[in-house]
Design a binder for this molecule. Structure first.
Ligand code: ARG
Length: 456
């Protein structure tokens, strides 16, 4: 017998049907998780006296051997292996004979695949959490090293106000922390044992799912067998939190790409993270960052695909769900590789602090001038109008704020006195932003210290 289910069929199985339904090329990635699940399942079958201790031992030994074969790259797939579950069971019966035929007692591939996916995703999310913390630590280190660097903040990609580069870097640490929070939340819902619900309704055999959950390290046991084989929201949610993270990585990448252009020239990218052009000898391209941006785009496509698979599926299990794996794998793998390489790259970006401050337009101080007038009793709308007129005057006469004499200033408002000088300083501008969450060095320093305690 080549196919475990062929007992029911009279006609010979068509090769094109086998090829079309096979998922082994994709789900072979889950091989080691499938072994872990089977080891737990065997222990549970022995514990519940559904199979003998002796047979259980033989099966466990067989599974350990297959595990070694997989780890050493010696595990050979056969053309008739429909998926990773059948491949491992086939190999087990080769190794143990009829004894191995007991392994699939009280389980179905419908609950087995969910178990494999949950075990795999638990590892992925834990790895992500670790890698995000690493990236945060790297950003924090850069924020500390570049503490006094002042640069333009942007809105609408136009210079808005002076800001500390450290404040900018800390903004990504905040975003990444929320990504971590979301992953921790998702992890709770992944950490639920699905195994033992069998095809969709449970089993008449005396299994112990709580024992199995403990053996496999799950915090909870699923409560409804139909829901357990029918649902993939744990996978969608996990993939989605990765996609959200990728969007953040993409935006950081985009900023650094922009900053590395000769137009901005705010950063120098490490050469060994760039590639050249086949025709233009002068080129040094930010490919890593562009690829993170590109991968974040494809991850949006994949999560959309995943959601589309689930929409409208009748309960409970449907083969459509087999299509979830290649999409999810790409999202998870791209997330992990992007986190890894971006962390390495972030450590080596050179921030050109002189150019950052040189490129700051004095007009980024206009809001500070408006607030100066507010402090002198002018209503904000009026002070905004006054400053607008000053900017207009400067632009028309090709002047900067610092080119204006006290008399010039006074023609716009009699409230302006010689202390206006103090306002015309980028350092004083950032120093003044003391409102909670603002960019004053004092607050930014406190934030750096807070993150140091958190990320230690
Ligand atoms: N390869 C299947 C999947 O990924 C595993 C479950 C198959 N179940 C079945 N009855 N054919 O969803």
């Amino acid at each position: 017998m080549k196919y475990m289910w062929e007992g029911r069929f009279k006609e010979k199985i068509r090769q094109d049907v086998i090829d079309f339904t096979s998922s082994i090329d994709v789900d072979k990635k889950l091989a080691l998780y499938d072994i872990v699940g089977s080891i737990g399942h065997t222990k549970m079958l022995v514990q519940c006296k559904i199979i003998s201790r002796k047979d259980g031992q033989k099966i466990l030994k067989g599974l350990e051997n297959i595990k070694t074969e997989i780890e050493k790259g010696r595990f050979k797939l056969k053309a008739s292996d429909e998926d990773i579950h059948t491949a491992i069971e086939r190999r087990l019966t080769e190794l143990t004979g009829r004894v191995g035929e007991q392994l699939h007692t009280a389980r179905s591939r419908n609950d087995q695949i969910v178990l494999d996916e949950r075990l795999y995703i638990k590892d992925v999310l834990k790895e992500c959490l670790y890698l995000i913390s690493n990236l945060q630590k790297k950003m924090l280190k850069r924020a500390e090293e570049n503490f006094n660097v002042i640069m333009p903040a942007y809105t609408h990609l136009q210079q808005s106000q002076p800001v500390l580069l450290s404040h900018y870097l800390l903004s990504y640490i905040e975003m990444l922390e929320r990504d971590k929070n979301r992953m921790e939340e998702a992890l709770k819902r992944v950490d639920v044992l699905p195994a033992g619900v069998c095809a969709c309704c449970g089993t008449s055999l005396p299994i112990d799912r709580k024992y199995l959950a403990k053996t496999l390290g799950f915090s909870d046991v699923s409560k409804n067998s139909l829901d357990t084989v029918a649902s993939r929201d744990f996978l969608l949610e996990s993939a989605f939190v990765c996609v959200l993270l990728m969007l953040n990585l993409s935006r950081f990448s985009e900023d650094i790409i922009l900053w590395s252009t000769s137009e901005f020239n705010f950063v120098e990218l490490p050469e060994n993270f760039c590639t050249g052009s086949s025709i233009m000898p002068q080129k040094k391209n930010p490919d890593i960052l562009e690829l993170i941006r590109g991968k974040s785009a494809s991850s949006i496509g994949m999560i959309t695909g995943l959601m589309s698979i689930m929409k409208g599926l009748p309960l409970s299990y449907n083969r459509d769900m087999q299509e979830d794996k290649h999409l999810a794998f790409v999202i998870f793998e791209d997330t992990l590789s992007s986190l890894n390489i971006l962390t390495n790259l972030a450590g080596d970006i050179v921030f050109k602090k002189d150019i950052m401050i040189q490129k700051l337009s004095q007009f980024t101080l206009a809001t500070d001038i408006a607030e100066y007038l507010v402090k002198k009793g002018v209503p904000f709308r009026e002070s905004h109008r006054i400053c607008g007129a000053i900017v207009q005057y400067c632009l028309r006469n090709n002047k900067n704020f610092t080119d204006l004499s006290l008399n010039d200033w006074k023609t716009f408002s009699p409230k302006i006195s010689k202390d206006i000088k103090n306002i015309l300083s980028f350092e004083n501008s950032v120093k003044g932003k003391k409102s909670y969450g603002g960019t004053s060095p004092e607050l930014v320093k406190q934030e750096i210290d807070r993150w140091k305690r958190i990320l230690r």
